[in-house]
Ligand binder design. Structure first.
Ligand SMILES: [Zn+2]
Length: 318
């Protein structure tokens, strides 16, 4: 197979900061490219910062954006040594803090830098802290959200108007939103669409503006084209339920060969026993749906140990 990876030329750790840092103002922190093969969030954030400057949008709080896996983004790969969105458990962070920096793998170096920025921004007690994590998927599909932490995360996700996936947090451990949620912060992850699709950048751009408003950092009336931005994200998720419960992950062994059958998309309804993928050294094993439900995040990339997820029920069953 040809390797068509294309990385971003130069990705700075802090993609932008605007607004004052005093403690009684709300703060929105946005992360992009935690997975290096998901550059759309970085492009979207560059657009938002350019517009904030161009329109001199008045800030009611602080807005900070940072890149995730810089090396991965430069190389156009999901990660170098390990998945940067699986290393945020309390135990792993504790281990990192006690560990010798010279022994860091590529993602641990990234994680140290991200932690340093977060600590710099959050060391003062704040009235309101909101985090948005921008992701995209290898398969085609509409945008959706995942949350962690306090009830306010659910409200924030619902403000984006796309399907909220519940139950993923008990299947996937060590995510960045899980960590920030455990600290009590409002935190939402959005999957904006396919990794390199132009619409994914649009969805992320809309999500950042909506979250600037939801977090209280920018007034809705001060957002250029607010209704249009909101409509654009809603249109991407048309006809889907507002919430969906995820109850199954097809987990792969390290080095396991795995190939989805072509043509599956996020939110495809599947029936029990339906052939979804092949696995094994010669792809000789059939992987079938364990029950009737909704397919999510089918893995069409070479990296990562999550083959696919299944939601209970299908959106068309009502
Ligand atoms: Zn991702």
């Amino acid at each position: 197979m040809g390797d068509q990876r294309k990385g971003l030329a130069d990705v700075e750790r802090v993609l932008g900061t605007v607004g004052e840092a005093h403690s009684d103002a709300p703060i929105l922190i946005v992360t992009a490219g935690i997975h290096g093969n998901e550059p759309a969030g970085v492009h979207a954030l560059r657009r938002v910062f350019a517009e904030l400057a161009q329109h001199r949008v008045p800030m009611q709080g602080r807005f900070v954006a940072l890149s995730g896996n810089r090396t991965g983004l430069t190389r156009g790969v999901r990660f170098v040594d390990e998945d940067l969105n699986r290393v945020w458990s309390a135990a792993r962070i504790d281990e990192l803090r006690r560990g010798d920096t010279r022994a860091d793998d590529s993602e641990q170096r990234e994680q140290r830098e991200i932690l340093a920025v977060l600590e710099r921004e959050l060391h003062v007690p704040r009235r309101s802290i909101t985090h948005l994590d921008l992701h995209s998927t290898s398969g085609v599909g509409p945008p959706f959200t995942v949350i962690a932490g306090p009830d306010s995360s659910r409200d924030a996700a619902n403000a984006l108007g796309v399907t909220l996936l519940l139950g993923l947090e008990s299947i996937i451990e060590g995510t960045l939103i899980e960590y920030l949620g455990s600290l009590g912060y409002t935190t939402v992850l959005i999957e904006g669409g396919q990794n390199d699709a132009a619409a994914t950048i649009d969805h992320h751009e809309s999500a950042v503006w909506l979250m600037l408003v939801q977090s209280g950092v920018v007034r809705e009336a001060d957002v250029p084209r607010f209704a249009e931005l909101k409509e654009r994200l809603l249109r991407g998720a048309e006809g889907l339920p507002s919430e969906l419960e995820i109850a199954y992950c097809h987990r792969l062994e390290p080095e396991e060969q795995f190939r989805m059958l072509p043509g599956y998309s996020n939110f495809d309804p599947v029936v029990e026993g339906q052939l979804l993928a092949r696995s094994g050294p010669h792809l000789e094993h059939e992987v079938r749906a364990p029950w009737t439900g909704t397919l999510l995040m089918p893995r069409y990339q070479g990296q990562g140990l999550d083959g696919f997820f299944l939601g209970r029920g299908t959106q068309r069953a009502g």
